[in-house]
Design a protein around this ligand. Structure first.
Ligand SMILES: Nc1ncnc2c1ncn2[C@@H]1O[C@H](COP(=O)(O)OP(=O)(O)OP(=O)(O)O)[C@@H](O)[C@H]1O
Ligand SMILES: [Mg+2]
Length: 332
């Protein structure tokens, strides 16, 4: 058994009387992608900053180990094994992309020739060779983000923290970034990722934790989390009010939307359940104008777990839902 790359017990952090992290537990096995999700202000960046030694946890926290080293006792050793790409760019716009890279190589005390070699290799890998000699301020957002990550990789870290690596990127750049992240993990690197994009966590993460009101409201694989929220349904829409009413009485257990002439039937989206709905409509001689199947996605999980606090960005009154209660029992 190898040590997990990251293990935190009862991680706590308050600013004044504001509790940001209220005792969270995290375990990230080596060579996996872990994604921390949460609304604005949930404490994602705070967690990244603590685990990467930039901010100290509250003394009441339990043990925190990163890369096999105790964070409190040996922050230097932790720092030597990690790379951090912060939420806000660390790129210096006044110098070129290449100079930014060489500066990082210097900070890592790489010999000059080694620094040049690593810089050239990473610029090539991140498709920045053509722009290498241009000032970074002239780069697009996607290029800056790629440079940011390239800079993080200069020291060959085994664990990297990526705080919202794709926020503001267009779909193509986002997919490029996902590819880069997957390749890192293939090479054995552990990735701790925060994101606002549920699809991103769904695509990349082995495990996902949803942070809300200072606690982890749910944790699991994307599939496990999706199973926690109801929300799978078949939606039927009608244009003829008569057909709509007949369908509503022919089907059991429907939610009606009289205004839109739409019916929602809870369903797992399986062929069997779909056929049952269609059979019933056939028997009653009714035809719907539109049929859509909705399977729960991480958005449903996110909204169910993070409730209304998502808008305010404050750890306000917890809006407990049945889903989150259920989640705590099932997953934690
Ligand atoms: N240095 C600080 N002093 C006081 N409060 C802070 C400090 N740093 C963070 N906070 C507060 O801690 C809370 C969590 O902030 P954090 O930046 O970790 O959230 P986040 O989940 O990363 O949000 P976002 O999605 O907007 O990046 C916020 O309410 C923030 O105002
Ligand atoms: Mg943040």
């Amino acid at each position: 058994m190898t040590d997990p790359a990251i293990a935190a017990n009862g991680l706590r952090k308050s600013y004044g009387d504001k509790v940001v992290l209220d005792g969270i537990d995290l375990v990230v096995p080596e060579g996996t992608i872990f994604s921390l999700l949460g609304p604005n202000g949930a404490g994602k960046t705070t967690a990244v900053n603590i685990l990467s030694t930039l901010v100290s946890p509250d003394p009441a926290s339990g043990a925190i180990r990163v890369g096999g080293h105790d964070l409190g006792a040996d922050p230097q050793a932790v720092r030597a094994g990690i790379g951090v790409t912060g939420q806000f760019s660390a790129v210096d716009g006044l110098i070129t992309g290449e100079e930014n890279m060489l500066l990082m190589a210097d900070l890592h005390h790489l010999p000059r020739s080694e620094g040049r070699r690593v810089t050239a290799e990473l610029l090539e890998r991140f498709d920045l060779t053509d722009a290498a000699k241009k000032p970074a301020s002239s780069y697009s957002g996607g290029m800056k983000r790629r440079l940011d990550i390239a800079m993080t990789l200069v020291g060959s870290p085994r664990i990297i923290f990526l705080d919202e690596p794709t926020t503001g990127l267009d779909p193509r750049s986002r997919h490029t970034m996902w590819q880069i992240i997957r390749e890192l993990v293939t090479g054995g690197v552990t990735v701790f990722l925060t994101t606002q994009y549920l699809e991103e966590a769904d695509q990349l993460a082995d495990r996902i934790a949803v942070l809300n009101n200072g606690r982890i409201a749910a944790e699991g694989s994307a599939e496990e989390l999706k199973r926690l929220v109801p929300g799978g349904h078949v939606r039927l829409r009608f244009t003829d009010p008569h057909a709509y009413r007949s369908a509503a009485s022919a089907l059991h257990d429907v939610a009606r939307d009289d205004e839109a002439l739409a019916l929602q039937i809870p369903s797992d989206g399986s062929q069997r359940e779909l056929r049952a709905v269609l059979d019933r409509l056939d028997t009653a001689g009714i035809e719907a104008d539109e049929l859509t199947v909705h399977t729960p996605d991480l958005d449903d999980v996110f909204f169910a777990l993070t409730g209304s606090a998502a808008d305010t960005g404050t750890a306000g009154v917890p809006s407990q839902t049945t889903a989150s209660d259920q989640t705590k029992e099932n997953v934690r």
